[in-house]
Design a protein around this ligand. Structure first.
Ligand code: PLP
Length: 388
């Protein structure tokens, strides 16, 4: 049978590939510590679960409007107004089953074949994969360790051509945990305005920040005319399996995404939107506790990695990932990830899973207990020492 040419352009995701390898080893009886996973290990807060279950009991089990329940879109608008200091209404909001479909539909709605999209590298692989899938060319912009894994704004200008149509930013960032400053965001917006570009701002880690405050490009006056600010429940509320994301955008784009939803999944599940309203409007104690615990784990993993010969690790200010430099081990990123998995039972990702500029790095998620993180650190140290 024949398939489309473009289907070959879709990439898998490193975390899922490593998970499959790790599962195979587990099937052979090996114990694996999972530090490759990008999802909180906490339970979804009880008040949110209760709201979802009550919604099912109350009969909210049918189609919703394709862009989201009107009431839910307004709740998201209010949340953005509060967290991004803007003033939008629900017409600027679209709700979808996760941030991923929002990334996908945004690129479909904006990019033509041959258009160029500037994407962070190392960066979340979905951006480049979907950009290629829709026929566009992802142009990597290097995130620099010496700049705390921010890119240099001056590098953006160098990458812009007449074909550039979109800049993707992700702050706090996966995989590095790096955060763009408000000055960076202002400079990015100025460049986007000057060259008439879209900004796709993936803000899914907006609430997972430590020792600093989250800033959104959407806050800059005028920015929302050319910005899609994507966020969702997966990471903030430990709700990866509920599948719920939302984004603020210009109304015309919202109308196009609404039509894309009609033609694909019809609507996001209705009862999860009730749970979302509780998540955004109800008590936030669960989030605060989770952030405190992540902060403790971050300290443990950063300190532990820095004690291992050949590894150095910056202390990230956001998300729940560390991106240690492993060049002094003498191993490539792939060799390092394979070695610690096969010999040490520690599942982490090669930095190259996030682009060519990830060579020389590994990514670990600290969405795991301190006990498991400490055990993983001991294993990594042992495996590297035994190699000599
Ligand atoms: C940067 C980034 N964007 C989007 C997603 C996907 O989020 P969702 O579960 O809402 O589809 C992830 C998940 O790992 C992510 O790291």
């Amino acid at each position: 049978m024949q398939y489309s040419d473009r289907i070959e352009k879709l990439e898998s995701e490193g975390a899922f590939v490593v998970l499959a390898k790790a599962r195979k080893l587990e099937a052979q009886g090996k114990k694996i510590i999972h530090l490759q996973i990008g999802e909180p290990d906490f339970a979804t807060p009880a008040n949110i679960c209760e709201a979802g279950v009550s919604a099912i009991r109350d009969g909210h089990t049918h189609y919703a409007p394709s862009g989201g329940l009107l009431e839910a879109r307004q709740v998201v608008a209010d949340y953005y107004n509060k967290t991004r200091n803007i003033s939008i209404n629900g017409e600027h909001v679209i709700i979808m089953p996760g941030c991923k479909p929002l990334i996908y539909c945004t690129m479909e709605a904006i990019l033509n074949p041959g258009d160029e999209v500037i994407v962070p590298d190392p960066g979340y692989p979905t951006y480049r994969s979907v950009a290629r899938f829709v026929g566009a060319n992802p142009i990597p912009i290097k995130l620099r360790e010496e700049n705390e894994f921010r890119f240099l704004v001056s590098d953006i200008e160098k990458l812009i051509t007449p074909k550039t149509k979109m800049i993707v930013i992700n702050s706090p960032e996966n995989p590095t945990g790096g955060i763009l400053t408000f000055e960076d965001l202002e400079a990015i917006y100025a460049i986007a305005k000057k060259h008439d570009l879209w900004i796709m701002s993936d803000e899914i880690y907006s609430r997972l920040v430590y020792d600093t405050e989250f800033k959104s490009v959407a806050t800059i006056p005028g920015a929302l005319e050319r910005t899609v600010a994507i966020d969702g429940l997966s990471k903030t509320y430990a709700m990866t399996g509920w599948r719920l994301g939302y984004a603020a955008m210009p109304k015309t784009l919202a109308d196009y995404l609404f039509t894309m939803a009609i033609n694909t999944f019809s609507s996001t599940a209705t009862f999860t939107q009730y749970a979302m309203m509780e998540a955004l409007q109800g008590p936030q104690g669960g989030v605060h506790k989770m952030v405190e615990e992540f902060s403790r784990r971050r300290d443990v993993i950063v300190e532990g990695l820095n004690k291992i010969e050949g590894i150095s690790c910056l202390k990230p200010q956001g998300a729940f990932y560390v991106f240690p430099n492993i060049t002094k081990t003498g191993l490539t990123s792939d060799q390092f990830a394979d070695l610690i998995l096969e010999e040490g039972g520690v599942a982490g990702l090669a930095g190259t899973a996030f682009g060519a500029n990830g060579e020389g790095y590994a990514r670990f998620s600290y969405a795991n207990s301190i006990e498991n993180i400490q055990a993983a650190l001991a294993q990594i140290e042992r495996v590297l020492a035994n190699r000599k």
